[in-house]
Ligand binder design. Structure first.
Ligand code: ACO
Length: 311
């Protein structure tokens, strides 16, 4: 665009006017949104896998019904977000191809394994807790379809977070073994959850421009701090210990100081070398291949109906 167009656009953002699909927008804005929204959609879709792994082994009928509903919600969030991305001119097939080929990123957190039932609790409590911390502000992001999608997604995420907390509560109120199982899962999920917010601000390539455009409302480190501050009292209430020896209340900042995550591990995971990256992509590719007969059937049916309508 011309510099006049860019200035008028920035002015709209600064006045909190939502940008809608047919409005003019800088190419960079469009590209950044497609990247972020599609990564978000892929995360919801891949995010079904670690928990889906426990649907057949949930400890009671009620827990199973709840988990099933939650995993279905995630599929819904993914589809909802793909639709939001499509309003920016990218096709669903392109996005699917990017995920299946391993070209697209999705959240680092879903490359860790769910070894016990307590892990399902940790995903709800910590992972969905972190997701809400990041997504509540996105309800006010500058792109209309994305901001509106976030409203429903956040309502459902908050149910997910509570169901996870309730799983952990039941475990810590159970036998010593059950409490130990919860502690072990917390030890494994805490740091990956902290890393979900992305690299430290100094290493975040997109933050500055995305915040100027209202695509991000807070920096990665701001949200990470808010998450720590919210979660420490919850862990205390549960009687669990967060695996961070540097965690300490800072009276001056009225906030918790905490240790540094293993950022080498983070970058390694997002490069595709985490514990479960290959397994996750294989599962998505298999689902796509197994669904071929259904897509072909739909296409054949659509073709037949079109022909009948013409005749
Ligand atoms: N997992 C995988 N990749 C990540 C993560 C993460 N946790 N955090 C950052 N990255 C990637 C970015 O995608 C970017 O890579 P790219 O340039 O190849 O796209 C790179 O690391 C640098 O990071 P930033 O510049 O900080 O990236 P960005 O401004 O996009 O911020 C964030 C990352 C905070 C995740 C942002 O994209 C966002 O808010 N997304 C929407 C929420 C979302 O996707 N949540 C998914 C998990 S929650 C859930 O599904 C339950």
């Amino acid at each position: 665009g011309t510099s006049d167009q860019d200035k008028a656009f920035q002015d709209k953002i600064d006045r909190n006017v939502r940008i809608e699909p047919r409005d003019w927008m800088p190419e960079g804005y469009r590209k950044t949104l497609i990247r972020q929204i599609s990564q978000h959609a892929h995360s919801e879709i891949v995010g079904q896998l670690p928990e889906g792994n426990w649907i057949t082994r949930a400890p009671s009928l009620q827990r199973k019904a709840i988990l099933l509903a939650k995993v279905q919600d995630e599929a819904g969030h993914g589809l909802y977000l793909y639709c939001a991305a499509e309003t920016l001119g990218v096709s669903r097939d392109e996005l699917t191809e990017q995920l299946l080929s391993g070209k697209a990123k999705y959240s680092s957190i879903f490359n860790y394994p769910t070894l016990t039932w307590a892990d399902v609790g940790m995903i709800g409590w910590l992972v969905d807790g972190a997701a809400i911390m990041n997504q509540v502000p996105l309800q006010r992001c500058s792109y209309g379809p994305y901001s509106r999608a976030m409203i429903r997604v956040c309502k459902e995420e908050s149910f997910h977070q509570r169901q996870g907390f309730d799983i952990v509560r039941a475990l810590v109120e159970g036998t010593e073994d059950q409490k130990a199982m919860a502690q072990d899962a917390l030890n494994r999920w805490w740091w990956p959850a902290i890393m979900m917010f992305g690299p430290p601000d100094a290493d975040s390539t997109h933050s500055e421009q995305s915040m100027k455009w209202g695509i991000k409302l807070n920096s990665n480190d701001e949200l990470r701090q808010k998450f720590v501050d919210q979660t420490v009292p919850q862990a205390e209430w549960l009687g669990l210990t967060l695996p961070d020896p540097d965690l300490k209340w800072n009276e001056d900042r009225q906030s918790y100081d905490f240790g540094t995550p293993d950022w080498d591990e983070f970058f390694n995971v997002i490069k595709g070398n985490g514990i479960c990256n290959r397994e996750r992509l294989d599962a998505r590719n298999k689902a796509w291949d197994d669904g071929a007969w259904f897509r072909e059937g739909l296409m054949a049916h659509a073709e037949k109906t079109t022909k009948q309508n013409i005749a």
